[in-house]
Design a protein around this ligand. Structure first.
Ligand SMILES: [Zn+2]
Length: 148
């Protein structure tokens, strides 16, 4: 797996998790207390994403990787992560994760385009009409990255 960066997202930023999973990054969110969040990040070597300035400084103080997300719009956050951690904003059909449970997806090529099945929860995905909106976000994130 080339997408080895892992994230731990504070519950206030929950929806970014879905996007990171689609891009193939192992991402979980957490809505418990700060101390357990930092323990998990440290144990699993995850980068903390948070909107909470206090948690951010605390995490940095303990030597953990953390990103303070001021503007939580998805395209802004993704472009920031691309700049700071080099995450790929290119969708890779062979390295994508289940938006629902974070597990790896198994791809099957079919006539109508690729299809994926989650090896953990069994959910089924395909590139439907919503795909246009998804790839638009990645395109916008790339544009922002280029301007910054
Ligand atoms: Zn799943």
């Amino acid at each position: 797996m080339k997408r080895e960066i892992r994230f731990l997202v504070d519950a206030m930023l929950g929806n970014i998790v879905t996007w990171l999973r689609i891009l193939g990054y192992d991402s979980i969110y957490w809505n418990g207390d700060d101390e357990s969040l930092m323990n998990i990040a440290s144990r699993e070597k995850r980068i903390i994403l948070t909107k909470d300035r206090l948690l951010y400084s605390l995490a940095r103080k303990y030597g953990l990787e953390a990103v303070f997300v001021e503007d939580s719009r998805v395209e802004i956050t993704l472009s920031k992560l691309s700049r700071e951690y080099g995450i790929s904003l290119e969708f890779d059909p062979h390295e994508t994760r289940c938006p629902a449970c974070n597990s790896l997806l198994k791809m099957k090529e079919s006539e109508g385009g690729n299809e994926w099945t989650c090896i953990n929860c069994g959910k089924h995905y395909w590139m439907g009409s919503h795909w246009k909106n998804i790839s638009k976000i990645f395109e916008e994130a790339k544009k922002i990255g280029g301007e910054a």
